[in-house]
Design a binder for this molecule. Structure first.
Ligand code: E4P
Length: 217
């Protein structure tokens, strides 16, 4: 499973990237706002740091303007994936931009039918939002499973990018189902390293090491 990190914070991306945990980055206008940075500037910096796909989102709602914005974003670096919303205009923009050889991430996907349309429009990535479905008491994992089944039934090459991941269980379930990629905030990726039995076991080992007077350095 590929790991994308869902943030525009350079220091957090660098730390995870140095550990080999970053296969790509996703951003959106809310994450750009949170970073306090200019979108073109911070996106360029992220692309210089990470070799995998870096999603940068358009803000237009009409296909023609989305395409123009997508071209400008794609010109930042060869590893840009232009992010377009799953609207009819977004699908039109997806078709044109992928036809020009750009990677496209179709975002804000909340149904399997939407995902089917994105695949037919040639999307590189489809981003089903798990957490936001959970927020309204709909199981986001059912959506990931449905898309996996449908894409496999017909051999679509669009990669399933499990998004809006809020918990370590979202990561686990997405991996079980076979999502190609997951994108999560740095805090969720770091939380995957934690287990209470690891903490308890380490505590015992450290106490015993002290009792035994063990010194290594
Ligand atoms: C993905 O590309 C989105 O940026 C992100 O996963 C949205 O997550 P949220 O629903 O927690 O804001």
């Amino acid at each position: 499973m590929k790991f994308f990190v869902d943030t525009a914070e350079i220091d957090a991306i660098r730390e995870l990237n140095d550990l080999g945990m970053v296969d790509g980055v996703t951003t959106n206008p809310s994450l750009i706002l949170k970073s306090g940075r200019d979108i073109l500037e911070v996106t360029k910096e992220i692309c210089d740091l990470v070799s995998g796909p870096v999603s940068a989102e358009v803000i237009a709602t009409e296909a023609d303007v989305m395409i123009a914005e997508g071209r400008k974003l794609a010109a930042i670096a060869p590893n840009i994936a232009v992010k377009v919303p799953l609207t009819w205009d977004g699908l039109k923009a997806c078709k044109v931009l992928t036809g020009e050889g750009h990677m496209v991430n179709v975002t804000l996907c909340f149904s399997a039918n939407q995902a089917l349309l994105a695949a037919k429009a040639g999307a590189t990535f489809i981003s089903p939002f798990i957490g936001r479905l959970d927020d309204i008491n709909i199981d986001g994992m059912d959506l990931i499973a449905d898309i996996r089944t449908i894409y496999d039934n017909y051999g679509f090459e669009t990669q399933i990018l499990a998004a809006s991941i809020r918990t370590v269980n979202h990561v686990l379930e997405s991996a079980r189902i076979g999502a190609d990629v997951m994108t999560a905030p740095p805090s969720v990726i770091k939380a995957m390293a934690s287990h209470p039995l690891t903490d308890k076991g380490l505590d015992t080992f450290l106490k015993d090491a002290a009792k035994a007077g063990i010194r290594i350095l």
